[in-house]
Design a protein around this ligand. Structure first.
Ligand code: SF4
Ligand code: SF4
Length: 443
């Protein structure tokens, strides 16, 4: 267990008495003061919540599942109870999909996501039987990189085996991995294999460097997204670095596997901070990966260089819009007329990036990108792969599916690979990443 999420913060502050002055209103609290980063004890910080319930109204799981108590309970109320009575973490925290929509809307800046992730970590450590089927299933799902690495050794065989009907039935019966979804195909050549084969970066440039955090999915399943990123950034004269890296930890946070997440974070922080020292900024093609590097890492772990990494991390499109005249370059480009039904992932919303793709593609002649609404796609990484969550996941996604069907476009677009899975699963549409559209327009 990481020191970063020990209930005892070790600062000498008595959590039972800290921040409870009734004369101090919630909006006078500075969240940085309330949650000292040394020990990250969240129990005193629960007092910042003034119970407005805004977070509950934003929660997609609570909207469709009456049994889920919602983020206000999962976060501040649970930490208050823990402070006052030292109660166990409630098992409903495992029903939170970690979409982080609640985190974005709290007017009192209560760090809901940090509270939920920390609570899940404690729940798994203190209350889950490590021999239980649920624990083993969650461990396998959250360590997707390990399964994907194995599958990448024999991708064609894995693709057949993973979608073989009786095997899927058995996986659902034994492990509770839904048989309703089709497993995504593994690429016959990973992004990293392609990168090595091409000889790495083709543009040397000490002045403009980016370190690409490709994550697991772009490496093992959709290397075309990583290739598009490399070609687009090289088009703008960047030297692309591809440091050693593990999983971002996103599926591990969602499953309370914080020790696994910390192990990967150590690898990632070390490699990426070294690249920052070589003059690079860090870019990710997946909005959940950039979210992890920028927000979840510093919230949960105390690692050397972690704040520097957070300050230098960007989502790829965001980075280009800040540093290049992307709209200008696109105005001069020629593309075949095409329309996209665009879904902004919840983690893109949390980073203030919900409108960037639609704004950008509106500047290309012949391209139309329509936002299909602000609802959650419902899959939330591993959440919608669990048999017990499948119906809830599809009920959450219903609004997005309907908006996609109403739009004239028959191709979807999003930055998140699991949202793409859900969009395809609910509509049958082909889904592209914005970087692939940029590549077609510019390269
Ligand atoms: S939005 Fe913030 S202040 Fe309002 S109930 Fe939720 S945690 Fe409390
Ligand atoms: S992270 Fe998402 S599912 Fe979890 S409590 Fe917040 S809004 Fe609800």
């Amino acid at each position: 267990m990481s020191d970063a999420y020990q209930p005892d913060d070790g600062t000498g502050t008595d959590p039972a008495t800290a921040n409870t002055d009734p004369d101090v209103s919630a909006d006078e609290y500075d969240p940085v003061e309330v949650f000292p980063t040394e020990g990250m004890d969240l129990r005193p910080g629960a007092d910042s919540c003034y119970k407005c319930s805004t977070c509950d109204t934003e929660c997609p799981v609570a909207e469709v599942n009456d049994e889920f108590p919602g983020p206000k309970f999962q976060g501040p109320e649970q930490w208050r109870l823990k402070r006052n009575e030292d109660t166990d973490i409630d098992d409903s925290v495992m029903k939170c999909s970690n979409c982080m929509r609640c985190d974005n809307v709290c007017p009192s800046s209560v760090p809901l996501s940090q509270m939920h992730n920390t609570a899940r970590g404690l729940y798994v450590e203190e209350r889950m039987d490590t021999l239980s089927v649920e624990y083993v299933r969650n461990r396998i799902l959250s360590n997707y990189r390990t399964s994907a690495w194995l599958a990448s050794k024999l991708p064609r065989t894995a693709n057949v085996a993973m979608n073989f009907g009786p095997a899927r039935w058995l996986m659902e019966r034994t492990f509770g991995i839904t048989a309703e979804r089709e497993f995504p195909a593994f690429a016959t050549q990973t992004f990293r294999e392609w990168w090595t084969e091409r000889g790495g970066a083709r543009v040397p440039n000490h002045e403009k460097r980016v370190a690409y955090f490709h994550g697991c999915y772009s490496n093992y399943n959709t290397p075309e997204v990583g290739k598009a990123l490399v070609r687009v950034f090289e088009h703008f004269g960047y030297q692309v670095l591809v440091p050693e890296q593990g999983c971002s930890g996103t599926p591990m946070f969602a499953n309370g596997m914080l020790s696994d997440a910390k192990r990967h974070a150590e690898t990632n922080v070390e490699g990426l901070v070294e690249a920052i020292g070589d003059g690079a900024d860090v870019i990710a093609s997946c909005t959940s990966c950039s979210m992890a590097l920028r927000q979840e890492y510093p919230e949960l772990f105390d690692l050397h260089g972690i704040e520097e990494l957070a300050a230098h991390t960007y989502e790829a499109l965001e980075y280009l819009r800040i540093h290049e005249d992307l709209e200008g370059a696109l105005r001069e480009s020629e593309v075949d007329p095409q329309s996209f039904a665009y879904h902004a992932p919840c983690h893109a919303r949390n980073q203030g990036l919900a409108t960037q793709a639609v704004e950008l593609f509106d500047s290309i002649d012949g391209v139309t990108a329509t936002d299909v609404g602000d609802s959650c796609s419902g899959i939330s990484g591993t959440y919608g792969w669990k048999a017990e969550n499948y119906d809830v996941s599809m009920a959450i996604g219903e609004e997005m599916f309907e908006h996609m069907a109403d739009d004239e476009a028959e191709v979807g677009m999003t930055e998140c690979p699991t949202c793409a899975m859900q969009m395809n699963h609910g509509t049958g549409y082909e889904i592209r990443h914005p970087l692939q559209v940029l590549e077609a327009a510019l390269c």
